[in-house]
Structure formats: structure tokens, C-alpha cells
Design a binder for this molecule. Structure first.
Ligand code: SF4
Length: 169
């Protein structure tokens, strides 16, 4: 999570962004292929599924206990907070509460509308946090394109960027 807009203490007791409904399984975090060997060695019980460009994501499809579409399944790395060391944590988790989206002819850093702790922050602060994260997000997406999700109108657009990371709006 971005410390400019969220507090580690709030996130540690929340875990909202670490649980997923069935219809949100396209939003589970992507692990870069360079980190997989170490993650699999440290956490042999965790299950993953392959993504098209060589990265993987967690496989929690068998973790639902009911047929309720609102049921959330927790990421296996959340045990009262994320247990992954910083260098193994997925970039999309570091980027929370933003997601990188594909817009028309641009990339967008957008605010996820559902983070329960973000309301306290103002637009200026969010824009500053997005500006500080933009370059790294675009660079990471070059090697792990799966972190770029399709445009969603329910997310708030904070920053528009060209494909090479220049801020254009
Ligand atoms: S990797 Fe860590 S921060 Fe990311 S969803 Fe899983 S528990 Fe949460």
C-alpha cells in the first residue's frame, strides 16, 4: 500500500484488499516470475495459477466455503497482515489503493473506490501519491503487463499517462 495515503496500522487490521469475491478473481495480485522460486521455497503450501505472460497469481478458487457470490476468500499470504517480505510482495499490492488501468490511448492510475480507509484523504494528496508511483507502475507493467486492468468507470481517474510514463493529464 502507498504510505503517502494509507497507514500501515490501518491496513494491518483491515485486510480488505487481500480478500476477493469470485467475480474479482481477475484482481488477485501478480507475482513477478523472478520472485517465484523464493516464494515457492518459503511457502510450499501456497497455490498459484499461471498468467499469459509468465507471471503467476494466487489460486484461491477452492477456498470458498459457500455459494454466496459475496463471500470473500483471503489471500494465503494474509495472516493478520501480509506475511511476505517487502522484496517478494506483488507490485499491485504496493500500489494499493491505486490500480493501473488501460484507457483510450493512455494508461491511467485510478483510485479503487472501495478501500475503507481512503476517505480521509484529499484529492491533492492522492494526486501527489499517484505522481510519485506513476513511473514505477508503468515500468513494472512493461514486464508484468497483467497488472494493467481494463478500464472501469467505478474507479476514480487520478492520473493519465502515455505508454512511456509521461504524465498527460
Ligand atoms: S500478497 Fe500480501 S498484500 Fe498482497 S493480497 Fe496477499 S496478503 Fe495482501
Amino acid at each position: 500500500m502507498l504510505r503517502e495515503v494509507l497507514s500501515p496500522d490501518d491496513c494491518a487490521v483491515c485486510g480488505f484488499c487481500c480478500s476477493f469475491r469470485r467475480q474479482s478473481l481477475n484482481l488477485t495480485p501478480c507475482f513477478a516470475k523472478e520472485t517465484l522460486g523464493e516464494i515457492r521455497r518459503l511457502y510450499p503450501e501456497a497455490r498459484f495459477r499461471d498468467l499469459p505472460n509468465g507471471a503467476v497469481t494466487i489460486d484461491i478458487s477452492d477456498n470458498y466455503r459457500t455459494n454466496d457470490s459475496e463471500e470473500e476468500a483471503l489471500c494465503p499470504f494474509n495472516r493478520k497482515g501480509c506475511i511476505l517480505p517487502g522484496h517478494l510482495k506483488p507490485f499491485d499490492c504496493e500500489l494499493w489503493p491505486f490500480r493501473l488501468m488501460r484507457g483510450e490511448d493512455c494508461l491511467i492510475l485510478a483510485l479503487v473506490p472501495t478501500c475503507p480507509h481512503i476517505k480521509k484523504n484529499d484529492g491533492e494528496k492522492l494526486r501527489a501519491a499517484a505522481l510519485s508511483a506513476a513511473k514505477a507502475a508503468v515500468k513494472y507493467a512493461e514486464t508484468v503487463p497483467e497488472i494493467v486492468i481494463d478500464y472501469r468507470a467505478d474507479y476514480e481517474v487520478i492520473l493519465r499517462m502515455s505508454e512511456d510514463g509521461r504524465v498527460i493529464g
